[in-house]
Ligand binder design. Structure first.
Ligand SMILES: *Cc1c(COP(=O)(O)O)cnc(C)c1O
Length: 377
């Protein structure tokens, strides 16, 4: 059986969890959280990193930081995960759904121009599969219009745009350490605060709206309710696991990127024959081995291919259902046809990609995909 994903112990995860338990400090904001934050700040040149329970939590923190309220508009790509939009809808924002670029599957500056209105407060960009949006143009545009940029960097750990780390380009960047991502703590996430005006309030929002962080540092005697917030901080047991993974990030990344290129190489003949479209990586961007996807020519082929692989115990999946076609949004607002998002959602397939996937297993996957298209000639 070749599963779609398998979580791994890469190094010292178990020792660190034991250490956390022996230390008697297993809630949030302790030694392991601080260590992980420092590693991320240093490696990616981020001004401030807070660990959160999930990327969803980090996105919800952004909505609170921006004081999103009913009447505000937030632009998000329709081809994304629910949390990209839900976190802002929770605060009453109207969500404006953008279509995506047919080559990168990312939101484009051109699409953005069509959607900006005087009510637009924020833009959430998703760097799909860790491949960057055209950030120079997007940042230019948003600065001119006074729009805050939030990066949904859930798939973008260790990915770069013109040598700058994704997640550090917008005002705020949100990462995920869910078990399906490159680096994991089971559930977990991080908020990168790139615009320091958000730093003080972010710490309060993270800690249930209190100044507990200042209290833990010994700055104040007693902490109090200061602002809206919630319980967003990552527990120490998860941070201990995360530290084990972060210490091995170079090893994990090297293998995942190698697997990504193996797929690209192995399936190249199918692209040459015009049967599939492989991922496109612009010169400004890097490959981080987060997602390997390709596009079939139509939905029927995609669905039959997933079944074909499943019958051979290979678990391939697809995502996302365009958010503007979701039951929740359909009940709430009128939406427009977004041709690329809808067509790509029907044609995309993701292949198994995880650190422990062996070369032999990967060749079985590649050969099964190739033999499927031969059968269907
Ligand atoms: C995984 C993912 C999320 C959610 O991450 P959690 O840590 O599970 O909250 C959000 N956005 C994108 C694009 C994702 O891939």
């Amino acid at each position: 059986m070749i599963p779609f994903n398998k979580s791994i112990v890469a190094g010292n995860e178990l020792n660190y969890i034991k250490e956390a338990i022996s230390s008697g400090k297993i809630a949030s904001g302790g030694h392991f959280s601080n260590k992980c934050s420092h590693i991320l700040e240093k490696r990616y040149h981020s001004k401030k990193v807070l660990l959160t329970k999930s990327c969803t939590a980090a996105l919800e923190m952004c909505a609170l930081l921006l004081d999103i309220h009913p009447g505000d508009e937030v632009i998000v790509p329709s081809f994304s995960y629910v949390s990209t939009a839900n976190s802002f809808a929770l605060r009453g924002a109207s969500i404006c759904f953008a279509d995506i670029d047919p080559k990168t599957l990312n939101i484009t500056p051109k699409e953005l121009i069509n959607l900006i209105s005087p009510k637009t407060k924020a833009l959430v960009v998703l760097h799909y599969a860790g491949i960057s949006c055209e950030m120079d143009e997007i940042i230019d545009l948003c600065q001119k219009k006074g729009i805050v940029i939030i990066e949904d960097a859930a798939l973008s750990i260790d990915a770069y745009y013109n040598h700058k780390a994704l997640g550090t380009l917008g005002d705020l960047g949100c990462f995920s350490f869910h078990e399906t991502k490159n680096i994991s703590s089971g559930e977990g996430g991080a908020l990168f605060i790139n615009n320091l005006k958000y730093k003080e309030r972010a710490e309060i929002i993270l800690n249930k709206g209190t100044n507990r962080a200042a209290h833990l540092r010994g700055d104040i005697q007693k902490y109090e309710w200061q602002d809206l917030g919630s319980s967003y901080a990552l527990p120490e047991l998860n941070a201990a696991y995360l530290l084990g993974q972060l210490e091995k990030i170079d090893t994990i990344q090297k293998r995942r990127i190698e697997l990504w290129h193996n797929y690209q190489f192995g399936l190249n003949e199918l692209e040459m024959q015009g049967k599939i479209n492989l991922p496109f990586v612009p010169e400004s961007s890097t490959v981080n081995g987060s997602v390997f996807y390709f596009l079939c020519l139509n939905k029927e082929t995609r669905d039959t291919l997933i079944d074909h692989l499943r019958n051979r115990n290979i678990y391939a999946v697809f995502h996302y259902i365009p958010l503007h076609t979701s039951p929740y949004i359909k009940k709430k607002q009128k939406t427009h046809y977004l041709p690329i998002s809808e067509s790509y959602s029907a044609r995309i397939i993701r292949l198994p990609l995880y650190y422990k996937l062996t070369d032999e297993e990967q060749w079985v996957v590649i050969e099964e995909v190739i033999s499927f298209f031969k059968q269907n000639d």
